[in-house]
Design a protein. Structure first.
Length: 334
């Protein structure tokens, strides 16, 4: 079990990286409106590196036996469809930032709380409390305010109906595939590095297929485009670290803190855009972002609190006082 210092450092590191990830995507484009590199090549290279990392972890943790499991066709098949869906999510994410700025994308991505709640209600019948629905509505209002105010203010913020649509599709994909991945990981008994590498194999193959079709057959044949040092930073400090940090945070903390980390990242992305990417600070837009962050944190904490028993309920429960109960029963018999 990790100590408090390790947990705090993990939370800070993941929050910082999460905030930088979408900014890296925008920064890697440089001064051009769209990326000179191909979206598919970035995703493909990042996932191939992750495959090798998974193999290395499997070998270091379980030796030759676990390493051989990474090539087991039954395990590869089990995670194939999940990796394909994850790859689609990456594609929509990368494409959306060609149409909207990183801070807008990060705010819109918080709609995953609402979409997840709806999916859980429809698919699993998991109900939300009245308070939680109102918090979700507040989150929606905050996101809408952010987009509308930012659009009316103009400035350095970038908006597009296509970009917003791509961002929402990415969120829906992420919510759906997260449920599939959680179920698959729980049912499968293999070590995590084996699962991780098998998931990344199909992820990389899907990215390769997208690259061959979009940039090869339907494009000009240049599969990688123009890579610069910024592209390399995006691959390693963006996609690869994001994957590794996410898994480590879930290991030392839990999903509650992961969601809070993502919410705090909204404000960090906004400040990052202002400080490093030439954005203009606007108090109204910033306040809308703060509204989204606070609503997200309130919703996450409300779900955590629902799992705990009421202190008042415990005080009113006679079973909490066994000695007093037995004494009263003896007195009654007399």
């Amino acid at each position: 079990m990790a100590d408090a210092k390790t947990k705090a450092l993990a939370f800070i590191a993941v929050t910082g990286q999460r905030a930088c990830h979408n900014s890296f995507i925008e920064w890697a484009k440089g001064d051009s409106g769209t990326a000179a590199y191909t979206v598919s090549s970035v995703i493909f290279v990042a996932q191939v590196v992750c495959v090798f990392i998974g193999w290395a972890l499997a070998y270091s943790g379980g030796g030759q036996n676990d390493f051989k499991k990474c090539f087991d066709t039954s395990i590869l098949t089990k995670f194939a469809h999940i990796g394909m869906i994850y790859a689609l999510g990456d594609i929509f994410e990368m494409e959306s930032v060609n149409y909207i700025d990183s801070s807008t994308y990060t705010v819109l991505s918080q709609s995953k709380l609402i979409i997840t709640a709806l999916l859980m209600w429809i698919l699993d019948g998991t109900a939300q409390s009245v308070m939680q629905w109102f918090i979700l509505f507040t989150t929606s209002a905050g996101m809408l305010e952010y987009v509308l105010v930012g659009k009316s203010k103009g400035g350095s913020m970038t908006f597009s109906a296509v970009g917003i649509s791509l961002a929402f599709v990415k969120v829906v994909i992420s919510c759906y595939v997260a449920v599939l991945n959680q179920k698959a990981l729980k049912k499968d008994t293999n070590p995590f590095p084996v699962q991780f590498s098998c998931l990344k194999v199909s992820w990389a193959i899907t990215a390769l297929g997208y690259m061959l079709v979009k940039d090869g057959i339907m494009g000009n044949g240049d599969l990688f485009g123009e890579w610069t040092y910024r592209t390399v930073v995006l691959v390693f400090a963006g996609f690869i670290l994001k994957t590794l940090f996410n898994q480590y945070l879930l290991k030392v903390l839990d999903a509650i803190w992961k969601n809070i980390s993502e919410a705090i990242g909204v404000i960090l992305v906004y400040f990052g855009r202002v400080v490093f990417l030439g954005g203009t600070f606007d108090a109204t837009v910033f306040n809308a972002g703060i509204t989204v962050v606070l609503a997200c944190i309130a919703y996450v904490l409300s779900k955590e609190g629902a799992k705990k028993k009421s202190d008042i309920g415990d005080e009113l429960n006679p079973a909490t006082y066994p000695d007093l109960t037995s004494a009263l029963l003896r007195h009654r018999r007399k």
